[in-house]
Design a protein around this ligand. Structure first.
Ligand code: ADP
Ligand code: MG
Length: 583
């Protein structure tokens, strides 16, 4: 221990770099925010090696006068903050931390020219060492170039994910900023591929360009107001749900945010209309009086503190609820014309078990109170002997069009979740075929073209070789569009568009961060889900029987890919306990 001393500026900046720019996406965000604050009307972002190798951001904004360039790189130096109470913050930046932090952790070059200045000037900082200002060729505006991010802070560099994962996060950051400022033209290039290039446009058109035409076409506009807070934007109908939250954007007072309060409100608003684990599509914009929200919660400024979080939540949930209800109610038939068959009120549909045979008395339907359905097909009664070796037993029937009931040879009642079970079987089969070389593929009769948000299309095309080995052949078909040529033969009538969309999101959210093995698992699970028997489908006796036999023959069939059981077994003892016949 030695005497207390002030930390040198370089160390302070390196410490701040850890908070303000913990990864390339954060550096990209800070630099694009600077360009927006400089009132640029056109911003170009060029990334190489996931932004770790190089980030270049070119704007046509107000520029930095040559003599102010050294100051711009100094800590807590800003041209922006007018209100010292930190309430009226009209700009995206105000802390004067981004440039010195980037300069302490990387090699940063600024080339800038205010419109009235005859030529541009350049300054460079490398690991905290600042160069002199030198004249440079350059158009009006500012170009910021960041090279070798975190080369000066190896501890931080170690925590970066793969260039692909980091690049993806950086691209998402630009995507969010482009949604928050539709009046500014944006171009995003990553490793020489143009991911999007959008002109200045209105909000609706920008969402169309960045969400993909398909999603944009069905979006529902909404607006609402409550105690000085206004909400506007577009939400997807329930049916447009996605595998991840990638197509969700929140903008508060012009600032793109990823705020837990807003995310939760969105999820709650859709809770009853989309399946668990699926995500709605939404682009929401909130305008809140500056004194009712604090943006200065975290150096990265992506989280907020609302003075009245409950009020904001109620506003979002209420507005979405109303927007979702409007189109749906138009589709509803008048209640009076609904057939009033009392039986329809029951959710239970029992399927006919196989006809009782002398050998298989356990199936007697009268005993179990099953009702024969007139459409049921009557299969050949299976001889009892053949079920002895079958732990899952003989099908008795189906309830709720979702669960198969079976009786095991020892009398136990077996209940199978038909979708979960079938999904597992399909996945295991695809996996086995994949291991043996390739999954059999079948050309589509008519190739299908699917529209995507530009970032998603790129993700998917990057996985084309893996998908081809899984029997799914895709190729680029113009900007944002992908053509599906063939699908795994095991998928009988593939919904190619739906499948591809789920895959794209699977890869977009988690894929890049994962190993090939993990991406394969994700793709297999998606393919399997698309091929599988749905819950809610009536099954013929033979189908139920085949499913049970298949489960017995498949290792790991007892749980689905998410670890939930695919079947339950109630033994005679279990039943006796349930009925209180035994303690
Ligand atoms: P802050 O944005 O919080 O002010 P920064 O470190 O990001 O802090 O930037 C410091 C200053 O440099 C800004 O206040 C602004 O005056 C100037 N500056 C940075 N980037 C640009 C740009 N692209 N165009 C014009 N001025 C810029
Ligand atoms: Mg800034």
């Amino acid at each position: 221990m030695s005497a207390i001393r002030r930390l040198p500026e370089l160390i302070v900046n390196r410490i701040a770099a850890g908070e303000v720019i913990e990864r390339p996406a954060a550096a990209v965000k800070e630099l694009v925010e600077n360009a927006l604050d400089a009132r640029a009307t056109r911003i170009e972002v060029i990334l190489a090696g996931g932004g770790i190798a190089r980030i270049e951001i070119i704007d046509n904004g107000i520029g930095i006068p040559a003599d102010e360039l050294p100051l711009a790189l100094e800590r807590h130096a800003t041209s922006k903050l007018r209100d010292e109470t930190l309430v009226e913050i009209a700009t995206l930046g105000f802390r004067g931390e981004a440039l010195p932090s980037i300069g302490a952790a990387a090699k940063l070059t600024l080339i800038s020219r205010p419109p009235h200045q005859p030529e541009a000037a350049c300054i460079r900082v490398e690991g905290g060492a600042v160069s002199d200002v030198a004249p440079s060729p350059g158009l009006p505006g500012t170009t910021a170039i960041v090279e070798d991010l975190f080369y000066a802070t190896p501890a931080r560099r170690k925590f970066l994910r793969s260039p692909r994962a980091e690049g993806e996060a950086a691209e998402r950051a630009v995507w969010r900023l482009a949604l928050s400022a539709p009046h500014v033209a944006f171009r995003l290039v990553a490793d020489e591929r143009v991911l999007f290039d959008v002109p200045a446009q209105d909000e609706r058109a920008r969402i169309g360009a960045l969400f993909g035409r398909e999603a944009a076409a069905s979006l529902i506009p909404l607006t609402a107001e409550r105690e000085g807070v206004t909400l506007s934007g577009f939400i997807g109908p329930a049916a447009l749900n996605r595998a991840t939250g990638a197509l969700q954007s929140f903008v508060v007072n012009g600032r793109p945010v990823q705020d837990p309060v807003l995310k939760l409100a969105l999820r709650l608003a859709y809770r009853e209309v989309i399946p668990a684990g699926r995500y709605p599509v939404a682009a929401l914009t909130l305008t809140i009086p500056p004194d009712a929200v604090d943006v200065n919660v975290h150096p990265a400024k992506t989280e907020l503190r609302f003075a009245d979080g409950n009020g904001i939540r109620a506003l979002v949930i209420g507005a979405i609820g109303r927007a979702l209800a409007t189109p749906v109610s138009l589709d509803l038939a008048p209640i009076a014309t609904l057939p009033s068959t009392p039986q329809r009120q029951s959710n239970f549909t029992f399927r006919l078990p196989p006809p009782p045979s002398p050998q298989a008395r356990g199936f007697a339907d009268a005993e179990l109170g099953f009702h024969a359905s007139p459409q049921a097909r009557l299969p050949q009664a299976p001889p009892e002997a053949s079920y002895r070796d079958h732990p899952l037993g003989a099908p008795l029937g189906q309830i709720l069009d979702t669960y198969i009931l079976a009786q095991a040879s020892d009398g136990a009642l077996v209940i199978v979740d038909q979708h979960a079970a079938h999904e597992r079987l399909t996945e295991e089969k695809l996996r086995a075929a994949f291991r043996e070389g390739a999954v059999p593929s079948q050309p589509l009769l008519v190739p299908v073209v699917v529209d995507f948000a530009p970032l998603d299309a790129e993700r998917l095309l990057a996985e084309a070789p893996l998908l081809a080995r899984l029997g799914l052949e895709i190729e680029a078909f113009g900007p944002g569009a992908i053509m599906v040529r063939s699908a795994p033969a095991a998928l009988k009538n593939p919904d190619a568009a739906g499948l591809l969309r789920d895959l794209a999101e699977e890869f977009a959210e988690s894929g890049a961060a994962l190993s090939l093995e993990a991406r394969l698992d994700a793709a297999l699970a998606r393919l399997a889900c698309h091929r599988s028997i749905r819950a809610g489908r009536k099954l013929a006796y033979e189908e139920m029987d085949a499913l049970l036999r298949d489960m017995e023959a498949t290792p790991r069939a007892a749980t689905c890919a998410h670890g939930r059981p695919t079947f339950l077994r109630l033994s005679e003892l279990d039943l006796e306990k349930l009925f209180g016949r035994r303690a």
